[in-house]
Design a protein around this ligand. Structure first.
Ligand code: PLP
Length: 367
């Protein structure tokens, strides 16, 4: 295992035990109801070209880390969007448009959510307006435009693009499809999370091994909460849930530490762009504040190396194309295996069956 020698010194930036942990299926499914999950699977599994994405074993890495199994859910194969996001925004567009053809869909995005919304609108023949900040790369904009959406660039950060989207949508009566929940904007984010839960529905049929640990990367927490809802509905045994964030954008860790929603200041954007978020979404907060066992953060240092290792078959038999946001589960798993106290805390050992989410392919080819 010479080629994996260098991972011996990979570290976590922070790790935090959730002192308020208490996983209850009914509690989780109060926020994303079971029927939403059933309906999402029924609809999406009937879309053209639907296929469960591969669940790949990272056998070379598991040997090195002395674990029983490491499963990698390869979302680079999700429809042709190359990201789990295809399951969320596009599904919400379908649900809220209710078969109407004369409506215009709008959304603000850091990239992937907007692609999903644009794709969802195109699938249904609807017009779509996507708002992006000045920081969203040209190649991500190009990807959104491929689906026929009009892209509107807004000066400033994501929040500015969201405010502009809200303002123009109100004025023009466009239907906003946003994945971030607030106290008074819940339904669309709930539908989005219900879409994400499909990953767990698929996994429950793809292996008969009980998953003992799930590493979930978080931006605003929507993907993590959608997966946790899936776990509450579809898994027989509840695994340990570990939330992973870029250390420059650890809003989940800070919220759990303070036991209240915390808005943080991002001094420098992480290369894991989709996860560079400063505040959690409201419903994910309600779910993750109880359901996560532990939060960890990692630096950008090993992101490019991990993308290369996935591609060069250093972790598994087959080559895997992953983007930046596909790496933090692997990076933090390695970091925990190098840190005996956190490893002990989450009871990670030679019997563990770990799941990491490879949530995107090379969505930003240039990067
Ligand atoms: C590829 C990728 N992974 C993970 C995330 C984090 O998801 P969430 O913001 O729902 O926590 C994002 C968010 O855009 C993403 O694009």
């Amino acid at each position: 295992m010479k080629s994996l020698k260098s991972i011996k010194n990979w570290t976590l930036t922070k790790s935090l035990k959730n002192n308020n942990f208490s996983f209850k299926r009914e509690y989780v499914l109060k926020f994303v109801p079971s029927l939403f999950l059933t309906n999402a699977f029924t609809s999406i599994s009937n879309w053209k070209n639907y296929r469960a994405t591969p669940l790949i074993k990272l056998d070379k890495l598991k040997k090195n880390l002395k674990l029983n199994n490491i499963f990698y859910k390869d979302e680079s194969k999700r429809f042709h969007l190359k990201s789990f996001k295809a399951l969320g925004g596009a599904y919400a567009v379908e649900k809220i448009s209710k078969g109407k053809k004369n409506i215009i869909i709008s959304s603000a995005t850091a990239g992937n959510h907007g692609r999903s919304v644009a794709w969802g609108a195109k699938r249904l023949g609807l017009k779509c307006k996507i708002f992006v900040s000045q920081y969203v790369s040209d190649s991500r904009v190009k990807e959104i435009k491929k689906f026929g959406a009009e892209v509107i660039r807004v000066k400033g950060d994501y929040e500015n693009s969201l405010n502009e989207c809200k303002k123009l949508s109100k004025k023009n009566n466009w239907k906003i499809v946003q994945d971030v929940a607030t106290r008074d904007y819940k339904l669309v984010p709930q539908l989005t999370m219900a879409g994400y839960s499909i990953m767990i529905r698929e996994i429950s049929k793809q292996t008969n091994q009980y998953i003992t640990h799930i590493f979930l990367q978080a931006g605003v927490g929507g993907m993590a909460a959608g997966v946790v809802a899936g776990v509450a509905k579809y898994f027989k045994r509840i695994p340990k849930i570990i939330i992973v964030e870029p250390d420059r954008a650890d809003c989940v860790l800070q919220s759990i530490k303070n036991n209240k929603l915390k808005k943080i200041k991002i001094k420098k954007e992480s290369i894991m762009g989709g996860m560079s978020c400063n505040e959690m979404s409201y419903i994910p907060w309600q779910i993750l504040k109880k359901a996560s066992n532990c939060c960890v953060s990692v630096s950008d240092r090993n992101v490019a190396k991990t993308v290369a290792m996935l591609k060069d078959k250093k972790l598994s038999k087959n080559s895997i194309i992953g983007g930046e946001c596909s790496t933090p589960g692997i990076i933090s798993l390695i970091g925990i295996c190098n840190n005996s106290s956190t490893k002990k805390l989450i009871e990670l050992n030679e019997k563990s069956n770990v799941l990491v989410i490879g949530c995107e392919g090379n969505a930003d080819v240039k990067l």
